[in-house]
Design a binder for this molecule. Sequence first.
Ligand code: PLP
Length: 444
Amino acid sequence: MPTVSAKPIAPSETCLSFERSAARVAENAKHIAGGVNSNFRTGMAGGPLVFERGEGPHLIDVDGNRLIDYYCGMGAMVLGHSPKDVQQAVKDQVEKGILYAGQSEVEFEAARILCERIPSAQRVRFGSSGSEVAQAAFRLARAATGKRIILKFEGHYHGWFDNVLWSTAPAQNAAGPDNAPVKVAGSVGQLASAADDLDVICWNDLGKLEARLAKNDIAAVIMEPAMCNQGAIAPAPGYLEGALAACRRHGAILIFDEVITGFRLDRAGAQARFGVTPDLSIFAKAIANGFPVAAIVGRADLLDMFVTGGVLHGGTFNSQPVTMAAMVATQKMLTPEGYEAASRRGVRLRDGIRGILKDAGIKAQVTGFELMFHVGFGLDAPARNYRDLLRCDKALYVRFAHGLLKRGVRVLERGAWFVSFEHEDAVIDTTLDAVRNAAREIAA
Ligand SMILES: Cc1ncc(COP(=O)(O)O)c(C=O)c1O
């Protein structure tokens, strides 16, 4: 494929074309199902795009468009697309070897960093994806408690495996009453029996959680400590503390899924930000800025069941040295000063969008955090859980996302915005110009 030079675009330009991306995806659908390698890459503004490279806050596609990127690798690229130290660490490690099927000093350093940084991390084990380490957490919890059921929350996502891909984004008419949600499969091909050992309730309501735990049959409660796969919703005051206390009372393990919140809401995770230490936590995405690293961390007595409790954990690519080198370099670049500067810009962007939408007369709630927030069109008040998010005007937001893409700003159609350390002030200004123009267009 020829290399195309990137065209800088003016903020008001509304004519970007994505024809070459569309053609390449269509041509390659003869080899790759649908031309994409994740179902989550279809159904997006502009169609699935094909990229040539990433630079700082930008992605350059095969049509030569230089897009300001707020997907940030679905949240993974907290340092942006070209963090020099990470790139160099990876090159250096490749020179030294790719996969040893043994231990390496770089993985020991990666583990030490996590144990020193993350409040719940007395021990760690590495894997390659968030979906996979969620399974390890379930296995540990069942082994430790002798109980069967995993309790999850509506709208929370913990990977694509059969036993947990339930009620991640159920339609209103399928979700059932909010005091007894129906378990809704996320995919055709999932057996109903895959949910036999799973229960689903609404999040952010301590009474509902306590009532469910009172049956004393729950092995583990898993939640995003701030709900970010859908929306960007902080836990209600006291909710996380209450959940931990209720788990303790009823002999359940509390698992925080920090796959999104980790290294975004705080360099030590949402657990540090909210001051609640769960029994187990899982991390992925931003942990190694785009390299496939995931971690399960937690209480030593639980993690040590992998050694003395007969609980199996494996994986050919676990602690693969190149990814470990990327992780160590990433963690070193995630400095408090870096967070402070990026957070200031993230807040400027978030609040700027809120103001522009208000001025344009578009009803919306812009909520969430500094480096990850959510724009919910049509909401009168900030969402508290998934049920509230169902009131979003998704169709209007999709038009807005298309309007932004035409103007060179790439945002997720579900309303999430991920900000990186490399989204400098000038990039935020250009983004806000595009937001202003796209908002005017849909308000008209
Ligand atoms: C909160 C959360 N947990 C788990 C996962 C699964 O992680 P992975 O895609 O690395 O398997 C995701 C992925 O988006 C996620 O957002």
